[in-house]
Design a protein around this ligand. Sequence first.
Ligand SMILES: [Zn+2]
Length: 248
Amino acid sequence: MEFKWVDTHCHLQLLNEDFDETHCKNIEFLIIPGVDVKSSLKAKEISSSLDLESYWSAGLHPHDAKLLNTQREDLKKLFSEADLIGETGLDFYRNLSTKDQQRESFLFHLEFSKQLDKPIIIHCRDSFQDTYDLLVEFNNSSPIILHSWTGGRKWTKRFRELDVYFSISGIVTYETAKDLQLSVKEIPMNRLLLETDTPYLTPVPLKGKDNRPNFIAHTASKISNLLEIDEKKLSEITIKNSRGLLKR
Ligand SMILES: [Zn+2]
């Protein structure tokens, strides 16, 4: 029996080939995040053309935070139309924009998430302390999604105090992701989400191919083993959580 899943983070607009809805057979609904103005517009276009239920977000990826000044006004317009804000956040692993540029862009997204009361999608890589501090300082009241969460137990426990959603990607299926596998058990059941991050982060055993929404079943199966709950239950819980964050 195939269960239904919500893919809370799939960049369908970044796939090289034309997207085929048969790649979504096991998908209840999905969220298409933007990473700059162009890809946010494309996310909006794909979302309205799909038969499948879908949502889209507008944002500027931390890698491109240096472009904020040229994209700010277009992003503001898109924020008012989008279902969610982001992706934004901090990436101190690759540092493709400076830390200051990333912080400024992150705060810009947080302000609009608060003002418009829309959920915010956050990318957090090698930046747990800084992301945590900014979230505490900002005290956002709209839902916060930590996308492709990779924190270990310590950071999962700290962030869960902020009532955030933890979205788990295919990384959890990797041999090297032992810390993440342990930390999944620390996530409150009503704050657990699943995602593919299509076209990236393809789960085992399909690693090497471009990722697709339906590959989420491999991630779900791994989490169901880690949490020792059956997939039917996991499907129900994650669908409920995903709907909850969109319908406040
Ligand atoms: Zn992403």
